[in-house]
Ligand binder design. Sequence first.
Ligand code: BG6
Ligand code: MG
Length: 219
Amino acid sequence: MTIKGFIFDLDGVIVDTASHHFAAWQILAEDLGVPFDEKDNELLKGVSRVDSLEFILNKGGLVLDSQTKLRLMEKKNAHYLSLAGSIGVNDALPGIVEFIQELKSLGMQVALGSSSKNAHQILGQLELTDAFNAIVDGNRITLSKPDPEVFMLGARLMGLTPSECLVFEDAKAGVEAAIDGGFQVVGVGNEIELSDADAIIDDFEEMNWERMQNLLSNS
Ligand code: BG6
Ligand code: MG
């Protein structure tokens, strides 16, 4: 099936906010006395705020009431936003803006598929909101990755079927979501965590559609 549309995850694919989410969760976990390291964080990439909190509480064997959980999520988010506040137009990861521009110049459609409720805010800071034909963020979905809802909606908004779309993901949960939804998926980053993806790239530096197609057909 010919690819006509692309769905990009945000955190860790377009901008390095993954490290800010990690730092903010780590501080919260520390306050709660729950050990939380990079390995735990890999499992939380792409996972919604509430599911991430539940993971940390489970790990620590903690049971909290819903008011306290809301307060902790607000605290985490405030910390995340203060870390991400300095993100500006030059902080898109190398090559990503050029790659999206090339796809659009070839007549392809481009969507965002992120679990984050802050996606609009971050895209605005990057001045990339207008680069997308469709934006699906954490406010528009009920089920977080690894459920494919975010990508299914992205494809639908572009008027395409999953088999006509290619997803880019840095998270294991995101790769699983894409596969479950019937999408081809390129992992961005960790070869071991993302080994189920159709192809894996380190980043978008010097990436173009021809190179990407070669990677997919050789994998
Ligand atoms: C994902 C991130 O994109 O969004 C996760 O990979 C994050 O780390 C999730 O927890 C939810 O983000 P937010 O901004 O709604 O708390
Ligand atoms: Mg991500």
